[in-house]
Design a protein around this ligand. Structure first.
Ligand SMILES: Nc1nc2c(ncn2[C@@H]2O[C@H](COP(=O)(O)OP(=O)(O)OP(=O)(O)O)[C@@H](O)[C@H]2O)c(=O)[nH]1
Ligand SMILES: [Mg+2]
Length: 249
């Protein structure tokens, strides 16, 4: 040990090798700590949040993704959390209740770790629920945790139903509704004090357009169940999106 220290300090006791060696040691420790954190993150899994209004089909989609089977679902009052592996990445799927008294509580619980957001829409009842669907989506997209470039998938579910609206129509309906909502929110913002949490989404002076947001927003169609004959599930576009998100990790 003595010899080793002498070698580092040099014959005259000056530190010729000491600083480069210390630098290498510090660098190695930092790399090891970062690697350990990365491994831990990988094994805990990246959170993909399944959200949307009540009855849109989140829990059935969750069951399909995790267990590839149909389950009888009931209005959720707590979250479901489970892991799937996509392209060697571990994704933690978190299905949160859509009930309006619970949805923000659970969103707040997971939002800081969200790496992807799936917003499920019941495309049969959309016309009736448009205001609620748009408002909840607007609030989610305004959240700083989501604005950090988190990929968003708007999943137009229940496509097995004859009265279901397609994703192109849903996109148009939502953009129009979000445009109106944004005007209301902006005027609220002007009328109230600066502590208001309303955020202006999109480009000033332009009609609301999902492509103007920082987060990449995609639309997809799905069904997780059908009462008729034929295939009972189609989550292909959802799986494609999950693959893309997993590749980013
Ligand atoms: N026809 C049809 N029914 C579906 C589909 N997906 C879900 N459902 C039915 O819609 C109802 C609601 O589904 P859930 O998965 O419980 O809805 P949820 O979004 O989890 O609702 P909350 O837990 O209240 O937030 C259930 O009766 C499902 O069987 C679908 O693609 N097509
Ligand atoms: Mg549910």
């Amino acid at each position: 040990m003595e010899q080793y220290i002498k070698l580092l300090l040099g014959d005259d006791g000056n530190s010729q090798l000491l600083y480069p060696v210390l630098l290498i040691v510090v660098f190695a420790v930092i790399v090891l700590v970062l690697f350990a954190l990365w491994r831990r993150r990988k094994s805990t899994g990246y959170i993909i949040l399944l959200t949307g209004l009540s009855d849109s089909g989140k829990t059935l989609i969750y069951a399909r993704l995790l267990y590839s089977k149909y389950v009888q679902t009931y209005t959720s009052i707590k979250e479901n959390v489970g892991k799937i592996t996509v392209n060697n990445s571990s994704l933690r799927i978190v299905d949160i209740p859509g009930d309006e008294r619970l949805r923000y509580k659970y969103f707040d619980k997971y939002k800081s770790s969200v790496r992807g957001l799936i917003y499920v829409i019941d495309t049969v009842t959309i016309q009736k629920e448009l205001r609620d669907v748009a408002e909840y989506l607007y609030n989610l997209l305004s959240d700083p945790n989501i604005q950090k470039n988190v990929p968003v998938l708007i999943l137009c579910n229940k496509q097995d139903q004859i009265l279901a609206k397609g994703s192109t129509v849903i996109k148009m309906l939502l953009e129009n509704e979000m445009n109106v909502l944004r005007m209301t929110k902006t005027s609220q913002l002007e009328a109230t004090d600066a502590s208001s949490t309303n955020v202006f989404l999109g480009k000033q002076g332009k009609h609301f357009d999902f492509s103007h947001l920082d987060s990449p927003v995609h639309f997809a169609e799905s069904y997780a169940f059908t009462k008729g004959s034929g295939p009972s599930v189609d989550l292909e576009q959802l799986n494609e999106w999950l693959n893309k998100v997993a590749n980013l990790m």
